[in-house]
Design a protein around this ligand. Structure first.
Ligand code: AMP
Length: 401
């Protein structure tokens, strides 16, 4: 069975074609700057890479171009689009309606539309992607895999904010959590590595990339997570601030420079903060590592790295306390999979909690699966490359096979 996975952003379309159940990647690619000048499509088939610089004025043209690449005699892997049996869509927000992937019908479409208010940058392009795929592949089942779904098991005490209860009832203000496909995939992989049934594993999962989030997983289910009502909450990220005192916002608004500039403050917190905001150098952890090595321990790059690790450690401690028993702490995402120094720092001085990083194993493990804890560590420390697309393909296959 051939499954196409589509991740439609406001100006991009990421895609990956799978042969299931083997989860073999047949082709993949990315259409960028859709609806903007300089649009292009990068298509990959095995080790071959094809770059198509051409006008992609909208998502409809983008989807058609992707399908034509997949069936092209020079670049393709299919003889006809009819070979595609199902399409899995990444959908950012499913609100409180869905705790699992769903076959897309009118009810699901309505829910995604209703959640657009909660995710105005993401759900509308997700909907466009679904509609364009439906038009291009009539009759082919479509599945929505929600970024929020895995965290729908949070208990009320964890997902409510201590605002007046009406804020939840009237405006749906609560913690939703994101990166759910990544935390769910890692939970399944970690259970397999630990040789335990999924419903018996307790984990602290750390997705550290440009966006960062952590989850506390009890019995295979998310019971707390760092992102909140939006993906701005929780950890310090590439350009996002994560948790700050909410009173900072009205305080800034009271200053002449920011009077009535809510959008400016929003941009500051989302695009100009985090690693970039503190270092003034870059949002990229590799750049900060290089700059800190060059500029020394008093540099702002070093400070940004220290703050990043401090906040991860803060939540590791919090989630260990919430879970009581932890089988493994898992690292994924670009920094989690590759950043040995960051991993070591996040878990430093935790011997008394049964967390011991093996320095050698940690140093040598990059971008692949492995255990970096010492033999004496009570809690395993796993590095697991995340695979959100593969997880979406699996969910889609399971619903459509
Ligand atoms: P992602 O959003 O998951 O692609 O992750 C992007 C982040 O991973 C960026 O901050 C990169 O600097 C970081 N990253 C990638 N490779 C490394 C590495 N070798 N060491 C540290 N950070 C890395």
């Amino acid at each position: 069975m051939i499954v196409l996975v589509v991740n439609c952003g406001s100006s991009s379309i990421k895609y990956q074609l799978y042969e299931m159940p083997e989860k073999k990647v047949m082709a993949k690619g990315l259409a960028e700057k859709v609806g903007e000048s300089g649009s292009m499509l990068t298509h990959r088939r095995g080790d071959e890479k094809f770059e198509l610089t051409q006008n992609i004025p909208n998502h409809k043209v983008g989807i058609e171009l992707i399908l034509s690449c997949l069936t092209s005699p020079e670049m393709g892997v299919l003889s006809n689009v009819k070979e595609i049996s199902a399409v899995g869509h990444r959908v950012v927000h499913g609100g409180e309606s869905y705790s699992d992937a769903m076959r897309i019908d009118q009810d699901v479409m309505t829910c995604i539309e209703e959640c657009s208010d909660l995710a105005p940058l993401h759900n509308p392009p997700n909907l466009i992607g679904i509609n364009e795929c439906r038009a291009a592949l009539p009759g082919v089942p479509m599945v929505a895999v929600f970024d929020t779904a895995f965290h729908q098991t949070l208990p009320r005490a964890a997902y409510l904010y201590p605002l007046p209860y009406e804020a939840y009832e009237k405006y749906r203000i609560r913690k939703y959590g994101f990166h759910g496909t990544s935390h769910a995939y890692i939970t399944h992989r970690a259970a397999a590595i630990l040789g335990k049934p999924v419903d018996q594993v307790n984990l602290v999962t750390c997705h550290l990339g440009n966006g960062c989030s952590m989850a506390a997983v009890r019995g295979g289910k998310s019971v707390d997570t760092t992102m909140g009502f939006t993906p701005l909450a929780g950890l310090m990220m590439g350009t996002r601030c994560g948790d700050i005192d909410p009173a900072i916002i009205p305080y800034l608004l009271s200053k002449p420079e920011y009077a009535n500039k809510v959008a400016e403050i929003d941009k500051m917190m989302n695009k100009k903060s985090g690693l970039l905001g503190i270092s003034g150098v870059s949002n990229d952890m590799r750049d900060l590592g290089d700059d800190a090595a060059k500029s020394g321990p008093d540099s702002r790059s070093k400070l940004a790295i220290d703050m990043f690790c401090y906040r991860v450690k803060h939540y590791v401690g919090a989630y260990m306390a919430i879970l009581g028993r932890v089988d493994a702490i898992c690292f994924m995402g670009g920094i989690g999979e590759n950043g040995a120094d960051v991993r070591a720092e996040c878990l430093s001085n935790m011997e008394n909690f049964g967390v011991l990083v093996d320095t050698e194993k940690n140093k040598t493990l990059r971008g692949k699966e492995g255990d970096i804890s010492t033999d004496g560590s009570k809690i395993k420390i796993l590095v697991i490359p995340t695979d959100e697309e593969g997880f979406i393909a699996e969910e889609t296959y399971n619903l459509c096979k």
